[in-house]
Design a protein around this ligand. Structure first.
Ligand code: PLP
Length: 410
């Protein structure tokens, strides 16, 4: 039987047509026709003053750190339970990550902790909308405003998700998106920087174009372009933008598919989860999620490893997620210690993400659901086989009595 991968990139229909058209237009480097259309699409849909495609969400975060002019010793508050790029982007500029824990329900930055982590050196707060469910932006925004600290939203998971009726990515002065293969909308590798504070727009264009005013040159605003700031090459090829536009234009289809897949898991697994002490995702009523992922919080870390193996044996691929950043080798160099973020430390060992992608079929999901429900029986059988093997090892271990189990087995 075919396997069910964790993620399978799914074409929406017009990707190759648009890519061939980009070639026919004889502009496949950055900021061509399709990049401009993606920018316009994101700006119109989200109502943001400026959207700039980037080569990844990681690079969009790096641009955010450059725009905020992060300097050595500056502190950035961010959740420990997140992707490494949210820390690295600032560390590259000499910044120091200050790790906050996450809320036990949504696994989002715990807004109640932010205030106590702010010092005179805090230069940014990074709110990561985990699984495309909005952070508590009212509280985070209020704390940030009290201290005059900018908020950056890492919205890698939450494109078109909403918090209290407003799109994620429109709260912070800057926000980032990911179009990596695993995301709802993809071009393989890609991202975007959303700029809500217009004063950042001009410099963002320069940083993204190798520190030059090439964007102004292409618009005919200057007669030559030159080096005027630091920068790098953060813009993707128009071929990727062409692929991406095809996906963006199919957003209604994508959202319908993902919502249906999410509801299917949720409904099928609810009774089983309640019986087995497994927690399903929590979506607060004021959040409209982006249906980015479906995860389970299992009772213990051993359960997770065994369950991953159990699924794998059936050709089904569930995976874990973030390891606590504060306990990573780099995080420890910044002072991270065991026990700093207890919720992160706990959930990171228990989370299991199920196969989830735009094209997943009900038959594939049914196999995952059936395998989960079959887990207990498999575990009991395996324990029996292991006990029998231990018994045999006891029989043949030198010095062990014929009917006595080996001492170390007890
Ligand atoms: C929350 C978060 N931010 C940023 C990233 C990095 O995205 P990219 O691969 O586009 O750089 C990821 C990756 O999955 C992520 O989960």
């Amino acid at each position: 039987m075919a396997s069910v991968p964790f993620n399978r990139p799914t074409l929406c229909g017009k990707e190759t047509e648009y890519m061939l058209d980009a070639i026919a237009r004889e502009h496949i480097s950055g900021d061509g026709y399709y990049s401009q259309r993606c920018h316009a699409f994101l700006q119109a849909r989200l109502g943001v003053p400026k959207a700039l495609l980037c080569t990844s969400c990681t690079h969009a975060l790096e641009m955010a750190a450059l725009l905020l002019d992060i300097r050595p010793g500056d502190e950035i508050v961010l959740p420990s339970f997140t992707f490494v790029s949210a820390a690295n982007a600032f560390v590259l500029r000499g910044g120091r990550p200050v790790f906050a824990d996450v809320r036990p329900d949504t696994l989002n930055l715990d807004e109640r902790q932010v205030e106590s982590l702010i010092t005179g050196r805090t230069r940014a707060i990074v709110a990561v909308h985990y699984a495309g469910v909005g952070c508590e932006m009212d509280a985070i925004g209020a704390t940030a405003a009290r201290h005059g600290i900018p908020v950056i939203e890492d919205n890698a998971h939450g494109l078109f998700g909403k918090y209290k009726g407003r799109f994620l990515g429109t709260f912070g002065c800057l926000a980032t998106l990911s179009f990596h293969e695993t995301k709802n909308v993809t071009c393989g590798e890609g991202g975007a920087l959303l700029i809500n504070e217009p004063s950042y727009i001009e410099r963002a264009e320069i940083l993204r174009e190798k520190g030059t005013d090439r964007s102004r040159f292409f618009r005919g605003q200057v007669d030559k372009y030159q080096w005027i700031d630091v920068g790098s090459s953060y813009l993707p090829s128009d071929l990727l933008a062409a692929f991406l536009l095809a996906q963006l234009e199919s957003i209604e289809w994508i959202e319908r598919r993902r919502q249906a897949a999410w509801q299917f898991y949720f409904e099928q697994l609810q009774p089983w989860a309640a019986d087995h002490d497994v927690r399903l995702p929590v979506i607060p009523s004021h959040c409209e999620q982006s249906f980015h992922m479906f995860y389970l919080l299992l009772p213990g870390i051993d359960d997770r490893q065994e369950l991953i193996r159990h699924l794998e044996l059936r050709g089904l691929y569930g995976i874990f997620h973030y390891l606590p950043l504060h306990l990573s080798p780099m995080g420890r160099q910044f002072g991270g210690r065991d026990g700093d973020c207890p919720v992160t430390e706990d959930v990171s060992g228990r989370i299991l993400r199920l196969p989830f992608y735009n094209g997943i079929s009900e038959a594939e999901q049914s196999r995952v659901v059936a395998a989960l429900k079959d887990f207990d029986r498999w575990r009991r059988q395996r324990a029996k086989v292991q006990a029998a093997a231990r018994g045999r090892a006891g029989l043949f271990r030198p010095g062990a009595g014929l009917f006595r189990p080996a001492e170390s087995d007890s």
